[in-house]
Write a new protein. Sequence first.
Length: 331
Amino acid sequence: MDIGADRDESHSPTVAQVGEFGVIDRSTRGRIQSSHTILGPGDDAAVVAAADGRVVATTDMLVEGRHFRLDWSSPIDVGRKAVAQNGADISAMGARCTGFLVALGCPASTSVEVTDGLSEGFWREAQRAGASIIGGDLVQSEELVISITALGDLEGRPPVLRSGARPGDVVAVFGHLGWSAAGLAVLEAGRSGHAALVDAHRVPAPEYEQGVSAALAGATSLTDVSDGLVADLGHIAQASSVSVDLNSDLLDTGSEIVSAATDLGVSVLSWVLGGGEDHAFAATFPRTARIPDGWTVVGHVSGPSGAPMVTVDGEPFSGPAGWSSFDGSTE
């Protein structure tokens, strides 16, 4: 059964029939907390270890129809994606994930197959990040809304900020770039094939350890690539008062994304440079640093001759500017 498309017609009970605490019990029963959790769900608040004395925290929201569609993605996929995009932000500070709080709003008619699937996705991705779901909230709303708060531990290290890039640094990336945007384009076009790209859009899979690896290697700045490579490096350039130039010949345009671009008549670089939701990582490192395994140097940092900016092969990028929450687009 397609849970997403037919959830209102499902024969399973609805959230209204099971009740708030019944849905919560289904989400938490039998789950094992990570070693970071001192007190998990069941009380007024959770307690999470913070041996470092500092807690890294971030939050993000997803709204059905805007950030995900249940006719394109399963509830498990959506749950994983919601946690992944927050966990990637923790990693982008050079920290390790320690816990996730989940707030869910949904119509009373929502099938518990949907909430069960979401919960399974939340837990799967939290565990992949080395953490667990430590608490949250469930309320009735007119549409399905997910809000995740992620917590992290710096383990005694300073956070890696966007403002640390310096002239002379190199720019390096880790992970697939443009795959999520390509997968979305395939779905929007109703095309078959290109499964790896579609999967990358449905369920991003950040390599959480890479944030820590970058920090240990001396990264001067670090960001999760969620809005698009040019856009996110633009945040670094602005915060650091530097300019960044990317070498397009060094960017990975492998056969998977080239095939989809050819099929749809789209420029590969428009996805690689402007596509969002990859949850890859981009960092700047001193030129003398040993770049961590798996990272690829794709550009360099210089002092701005004018306003801080990002260029590609020495020229302003004329493609998509990257994701914006108020640009009128949907997933």
